[in-house]
Design a protein around this ligand. Sequence first.
Ligand code: PLP
Length: 423
Amino acid sequence: MDYFNYKNNELYCEDVPVSAIAAEAGTPLFIYSKHTITEHFNQIKSAFGEIPLLICYSIKANGNLSILKVLKELGSGFDAVSIGEIKRALAIGADPRKIVFAGVGKSNEEIAFALDAGILMFNVESEAEVENINRIALQKGTVARIALRINPDVDPRTHKYITTGTRENKFGIDIQRAEDLIARLPEMPGLELKGLHCHIGSQITTVEPYESAAHKLIELYAKCQQSYPLEFLNLGGGFGIFYKEYEARPVSDFAAKIVPLIKASHCKLILEPGRYIVGNAGVFITQTQYTKRSGAHTFVICDGGMNDLIRPSLYQAYHRIWPVKSEIALGHAIAPEKRIKADVVGPICESGDFLGKERELPAVERGDLLAVFSAGAYGFSMSSNYNCRPRSVEILVDGDKWKLIRKRETCESIFANEIDLLK
Ligand SMILES: *Cc1c(COP(=O)(O)O)cnc(C)c1O
């Protein structure tokens, strides 16, 4: 579900023609739909409405401050994986008591900062980290609230780079070690165990992996409850979205299985969705610079590339691509004389720089705009300055209004941290 639709042969975001935004803001650019974000957030909230729930939006999916602000106003908390992300949440006035902090490599500085900020809890990923947080909390004369991130060893059958909950991954603590660690917690007075956490992966389109992770966590939760007044069970994020076919499951399918389990164990549920909220709420708009043929291949060369949207290059991810203006409806059959089969590529000096391969598209010409769909999550947030390319503009649309939520970088701002050191 999203609010990107073709009307009068051109793409609109909500009630604004995408071409009008591009004409003013330039390309490449990301455009987000506020209504889509709101709707996805509310879908999760109502699917799990029967149980106490804290949604902690995962900042790394898309950390733009204006987007975080929209989510804060909807009542969201935040899932951060670095001091920078905690600072992002605080910058928009997020309640620290709704911030959870995960990550396998939290530094002393990050731990100290999060303690001072008074976050809800640390999702702790190893024995060594537990000891370190205890040490820092004692030094500060405070107590750190923690949840143990359990690696439940379930395979969510998604891309290997976004699988996080099997024994082969670096994330979390396996259940046996967690039990041993929990037995040792009384020796660590700087810690208060508040719950258990897991996050098994991303772009998960089947319910079973959640169910089996939830079962394992709840069993451990019940055991821990005998010694600690636990409060939270955090099942992480990972709900999949629609990139190509209608492969994603509605969040209510996940809720149908999870809610009864949580009810029975009387805990508060935390979820950390990222992609589900913002993924389909964004498009990446790029302008065709040139088309060319090479051997049997046709290339559509765009002004946006892997530095802007790395998912196709990094995960072999599929994003629908279609001209912003087209008489042929998105994804529909194209008459042979109007059709091209092309690799849609960027300007970066890498053969791995592509947005889509072997795509059947309505013929495009120099200057035409292309929309790359479902680019709201892990799009801008994974972008870089590779090839000294200023990062993209971001726009938020709300009904018939749109506003700039990130200015385009300049080359000067990219090398600002180097220029004084030239002497
Ligand atoms: C990335 C991440 C998430 C969000 O994952 P999505 O697939 O975007 O929902 C949630 N929790 C943790 C710990 C993460 O690292």
